[in-house]
Design a protein around this ligand. Structure first.
Ligand code: NAP
Length: 618
């Protein structure tokens, strides 16, 4: 470089920055300069339009031009709620920007026989309920676990496990896959990371920490001139509103209406919010994210039980709030977690209590722990096994509050700048006191007459979408508040027109008090916007009747609809209802399709692969 060039200013840098950059680059060889170019791209990608860093890529990022095209990176995701998919897409896009040849795929769509030829794999997979994998990971795991599974001696991989530590089998699906990949000869690029509900807190450092090893793996056999960018199945980015999970919109509450006739028995609300000029857009199937404030009586009880002063200031992660504020709006206090119980045991006032809590954490006590998580809140644990907590420790050991997701019950084609949802208030008596859920009470207690506003964002769910082809029939099964997205579906299909027929199965305990949106369904039937409607009121007769019984009664027609190309949707309870609906569907296909058990299972697997069986269940 000439002396003149050395002093020339490199816009848009300041004089001082120009000198610093020249000093650095003068000291680098050609390879290091190439690396630096890639690093700069990575940094730029991590900055959003406002110049704020979205992802701290503090470690060396991918060189844009030293990757080997033979070294493609496979990114697989198994995701029930879409969180894993969203992360996988984000990582794929970043790697593509850095010049890496990426294959992005759902685990279900990936041909596992190809895995033995792959060299680099990132796998993101969630765990649900009692340690279950997401539906789209089931086949992959079955084949990976098979005795005759191929050796993976040339594979380098990293697994990001997603889960919820208020379940005993936290992240087991990811852990098992990670262990099996090693067993088959794969080599870890990083330890399996286990992310809790606050996913970013674990995923961001994992991703940044993975970069050096990943970079090394991808640049082994360098052939600079053949770089190809190939990310498959990336969805186009929708036009983004500035309002996101991290920057929620304060939406004005328009309506908060009880839609059950006997709220003491079941209090279900229809809530409408004004999106104003937020620019927020949603599709039928999406969820509404709500940042709630925890119930005040629970916060009061926690302060009283721990004998801690609510007004003391506590600093944590560069934030300062009073203890009361931490408990009200920053920490989970209605859900327990295994790490919290571990910390609690260490602080138990008596050794008997300490032993009792520790016993629950033993590997052989999973069922008892699961039961404890189902039946106890934080306050119950503090009262049952008293412990010495300081305010600082308590804030540090409780999980960060995460937003709650509610299925959206409206179509923007109809409601435009409004978003509607349906929720059941969680409130019950246990251990001698009143208990509440967090967000459902926060929302149910709001008064539309008092200019209340709610911090919200849209949680996109591309895995639960209406067919692109509006001439396709749809079958919807949504007992209880699981009806919510189907109100959006029917609204949307009616607004846009199309020849496809709509068939809805709804269930509730009582016809008189819990027939949600009854008038709307009657109107939709009358207007030929709903072609078939089957109801199961479980407690209006001696024997319980559930939606799956209605499905079985209509089995012949249901099978004909499927054969005719219908899509099948389920929303609601994952633990029992969705499994029973699956079983009923299997029975219907076997009986009316004249198939063996195995053939019926294969038929349904194919429908899932074609994305014609879609679930939104929790
Ligand atoms: P619910 O009143 O508890 O249940 C609705 C109806 O389903 C009742 O008649 C109930 O009967 C019946 N039912 C119970 N077990 C069943 C089974 N194994 N198969 C079929 N039906 C069964 O409903 P909810 O209070 O609205 O709650 C619905 C559930 O869906 C909650 O777990 C909620 O979290 C979940 N949910 C999920 C989503 C989502 O994933 N996006 C959206 C909304 C709701 P009995 O009570 O008489 O037994």
């Amino acid at each position: 470089m000439s002396a003149n060039a050395k002093t020339m200013q490199l816009a848009p840098l300041s004089d001082e920055q120009t000198l610093q950059l020249q000093k650095l680059t003068d000291a680098l060889d050609v390879q290091a300069l190439h690396w630096l170019a890639g690093y700069a791209v990575g940094r730029a990608h991590a900055l959003d339009a406002s110049g704020q860093e979205q992802l701290a890529l503090s470690l060396p990022a991918q060189p844009a031009i030293s990757v080997d095209p033979q070294q493609r990176l496979v990114i697989l995701y198994g995701s029930q709620t879409g969180n894993g998919q969203a992360l996988a897409e984000q990582y794929a896009e970043q790697m593509q920007t850095l010049g890496v040849n990426v294959l992005l795929s759902n685990m279900q769509d990936y041909n596992i026989r190809k895995l033995k030829q792959e060299r680099n794999l990132l796998l993101i997979v969630s765990t649900h309920g009692d340690g279950e994998p997401p539906d789209d990971a089931v086949d992959f795991i079955e084949q990976l676990d098979a005795k005759k599974a191929a050796k993976l001696n040339q594979l380098k991989y990293a697994v990001l496990a997603l889960g919820d530590s208020s379940y005993p089998d936290f992240c087991v699906t990811g852990q098992r896959i990670d262990a099996r990949l090693t067993e088959l000869g794969g080599q870890r690029l990083a330890e399996c990371a286990q992310a809790d509900l606050d996913i970013d807190a674990v995923a961001d450092p994992w991703w940044a920490g993975l970069q050096p090893a990943l970079q090394q793996a991808l640049s082994n056999h360098q052939t600079d001139d053949q770089i190809s960018n190939n990310v498959t199945r990336l969805r186009p980015l929708p036009e983004q509103s500035q309002y996101t999970r991290k920057n929620p919109y304060q939406a004005e509450l328009l309506t908060n209406q009880t839609i059950t006739a006997n709220p003491a028995e079941k209090d279900i609300r229809h809530v409408e919010l004004d999106l104003g000029d937020s620019g927020l857009q949603y599709q039928p199937g999406d969820a509404l994210g709500v940042w709630a404030t925890n119930p005040k009586p629970i916060v009061d009880a926690l302060l009283q039980t721990t004998e801690l002063a609510g007004e003391q200031a506590i600093s944590m992660d560069a934030e300062e709030h009073t203890l009361r504020d931490w408990l009200s709006s920053q920490r989970e206090i209605t859900l327990l977690s295994r790490p919290f119980l571990q910390a609690h045991a260490q602080r138990a006032k008596s050794s008997a209590d300490r032993r009792a809590v520790e016993a629950l954490l033993g590997d052989d006590q999973r069922r008892q722990l699961s039961r404890l998580f189902d039946t106890h809140q934080l306050i119950d644990v503090l009262q049952r096994w008293p412990a010495d907590w300081t305010a600082q420790e308590l804030v540090s050991e409780l999980r960060a509050l995460t937003p709650r997701m509610y299925s959206i019950a409206s179509s923007q084609a109809v409601t435009e700048d409004e978003v509607h949802t349906t929720l059941a208030r969680v409130a019950y008596q246990a251990h001698g006191s009143r208990h509440w859920g967090s967000a459902s009470n926060y929302l149910a207690d709001l008064d539309a007459g008092e200019a209340a506003s709610v911090p919200i964002f849209i949680d996109s769910n591309p895995r639960f979408r209406l067919p692109d082809d509006s001439s396709r029939d749809i079958i919807m099964v949504g007992p209880g508040t699981g009806i919510a997205p189907f109100r959006a579906f029917v609204q949307h299909r009616a607004a846009l027109g199309g020849a496809g027929r709509n068939w809805l199965f709804f269930g509730a305990q009582h016809f008189r008090s819990q027939f949600l949106y009854q008038l709307e369904w009657q109107r939709a039937l009358k207007n030929n916007q709903l072609q078939r409607f089957d109801l199961a009121f479980s407690r209006d007769q001696q024997q319980k009747i559930y939606v799956q019984q209605r499905m079985l009664e209509q089995g012949k027609d249901l099978y004909d609809w499927l054969e005719n190309g219908a899509y099948f949707y389920v929303c609601g309870d994952a633990k029992y209802m969705a499994k029973d609906v699956d079983a009923a569907l299997h029975q219907i296909v076997a009986k009316h399709g004249g198939k063996s058990d195995q053939q019926a299972a294969e038929y349904l697997r194919n429908l899932s692969r074609e994305k014609r069986i879609l679930k939104d269940v929790y």
